[in-house]
Design a protein around this ligand. Structure first.
Ligand code: NAD
Length: 484
């Protein structure tokens, strides 16, 4: 098996195996080939990881931020140097084209380690002057042991987006990758060690949902950061709440892109393509409800179809290929089910809709037009290459319809009228908004959702607040007055 790791788990600075755990088969989505076989963590493995993370935490937090940051930045450099190999692994784990993984996965993880490594030395509390010479100072403290749980669409990125701020603040982490894509987080753990990370500060345990659930409910855990679907988020949030643990929830979406008739049509189509078909549509912040103003609807659809004809679908290892398979047969079937529902409910299939007649889990980029707000494909997250195009007349109408969803992850607007762009963005009920572009997520900007799409933010300085807490210390410079 081409990508078999040394062992399933990485705990306390080394690979660890326990073959008593349920098997996890890793399948290359482009061919269906088995590329690795791992084992889900047993209670003994989970306990080993928790113990390692707990034992390592205080010494790690006692280092200066600059020392911690140096290790993260070194890890970032190693990732960049090995970008090609890491991207090949990511492509085999996920099926995403190498054209994407070489620019959006390990590199994005490296960005997070570099950014939070740079911030680590300047994390501070503050001094608050009070009357009579008294003052308060605040101490920024690590939370303790943090658990990260990942989805399968961006395995390296998710592993690093959680590790980097957690470690910068002096926490330790146990990361459980998705059972569908378990390989690359092990490489992140290896690289952190090589960069000088003390044993036990970043541990990886494999497993299905029950392993995640066992980690979330353990009393040694102070914080849980989940990237996953809304139903899983509800369960994990509830379990964490029972113990009053801190949470970050990065969940699903059904985000709108609004295209006004004065928009640059090519730009709007580029945004809609990126926001629906990158990573074969398996991106949480995708703008899968594309509202196009009536006057330009047919021109939009005609040009969109022409441009989709230029997509190069095929072997994800070929650098010219721009569209790869879905991550798994299971996900392929879920998405095919939604396409059938779309047709049944009366949406007009404009492009695609078919599974490719070749090995692997390939589905054509699919566009539905004449979609109405009540249709299932306009309401539920599909998590595949399916774009729904809806028509609209006025700004007020489209904003109300764009917000009429339980989700609130992202939203975009394309228009030449800047005043309108800012007005529409102010009205969006979403965490990450875009004007005349879509789906960019630089590490400097907060990323996360409103409403059912999540709690908390990843990336940017804000993430620091989600991985640390403030202790406030009142200092009296005067005698203490008591009533008796
Ligand atoms: P999922 O919810 O099925 O699983 C996510 C992770 O949670 C997996 O590691 C899984 O093993 C684990 N898990 C499942 N049940 C659990 C439980 N009871 N307790 C603890 N852990 C449990 O999601 P998925 O299918 O892997 O990923 C797709 C979803 O992730 C989509 O909804 C997508 O929108 C979302 N996503 C969100 C973001 C974001 O940043 N907002 C990014 C990527 C993906």
């Amino acid at each position: 098996m081409k990508f078999q790791p040394h062992a399933s788990h990485f705990i306390n600075g080394e690979y660890v195996e326990d073959t008593n755990g349920r098997e996890i088969e890793v399948i290359y989505p482009a061919t269906g080939e088995l590329i690795a076989k791992l084992h889900s963590a047993t209670p003994a493995i989970i306990d080993l990881a928790l113990k390692a993370a707990q034992d390592a935490q205080q010494a790690w937090a006692a280092l200066s931020g600059t020392e911690r940051g140096r290790i993260l930045r070194r890890a970032s450099d190693i990732i960049r140097k090995r970008n090609y190999d890491l991207s090949v692994l990511e492509t085999h784990d996920t099926g995403k084209p190498l054209q994407e993984t070489t620019v959006a996965d390990a590199t994005s993880g490296a960005d997070a380690l570099e950014y939070f490594g740079g911030l680590a030395g300047s994390l501070t509390g503050e001094h608050i002057a009070l009357g009579g010479g008294d003052f308060v100072y605040t101490i920024r403290q690590a939370l303790g042991v943090c658990v990260g749980i990942g989805a399968w669409n961006y395995p390296t990125q998710i592993a690093c987006w959680k590790a980097a701020p957690a470690l910068a603040c002096g926490n330790t982490m146990i990361f459980k990758p998705s059972e569908t894509t378990p390989l690359s987080a092990l490489k992140v753990a290896e690289i952190l060690c090589e960069a000088g990370a003390p044993k036990g500060i970043y541990n990886v345990v494999q497993g299905y949902g029950e392993v995640g659930a066992a980690l979330v409910t353990d009393q040694r855990v102070a914080k849980v950061s989940l990237t996953g679907s809304v139903p899983t988020g509800r369960k994990v949030y509830a379990a964490a709440a029972a113990e009053m643990k801190h949470v970050t929830m990065e969940l699903g979406g059904k985000s709108p892109i609004i295209v006004f008739d004065d928009a640059d049509l090519e730009d709007a189509i580029s945004g809609a393509i990126l926001g629906n078909f990158y990573s074969s549509g398996q991106v949480c912040s995708n703008g899968t409800r594309v509202f196009v103003q009536k006057g330009i609807k047919e021109a939009f659809l005609k040009r969109l179809t022409e441009r989709l004809g230029q997509a190069k679908i095929g072997d994800p290892m070929d650098m010219d290929v721009s569209f790869g398979p879905m991550v798994s047969e299971r996900q392929l079937n879920i998405v095919k089910g939604y396409i059938a529902i779309g047709i049944e409910e009366g949406a007009r299939l404009v492009s695609g809709g078919q599974q490719l007649k070749r090995e692997g889990f390939y589905l054509e980029p699919t566009v539905f037009a004449d979609v109405t707000d009540k249709m299932t494909i306009a309401r539920e997250e599909i998590f595949g290459p399916v774009m729904s195009v809806l028509d609209f007349d006025t700004e007020d109408e489209v904003l109300a319809r764009a917000n009429d969803t339980e989700f609130g992850l992202a939203a975009g607007v394309f228009t030449a009228d800047l005043t309108r762009a800012h007005r529409v963005v102010a009205g969006f009920e979403a965490g990450s908004c875009f004007i005349n572009t879509y789906n960019l997520a630089p590490v400097e900007a907060p990323f996360g959702g409103s409403k059912a799409s999540g709690v908390g933010r990843e990336n940017s300085k804000l993430a620091i607040n989600h991985y640390s807490e403030m202790k406030s210390v009142y200092v009296s410079m005067n005698s203490v007055e008591a009533p008796y």
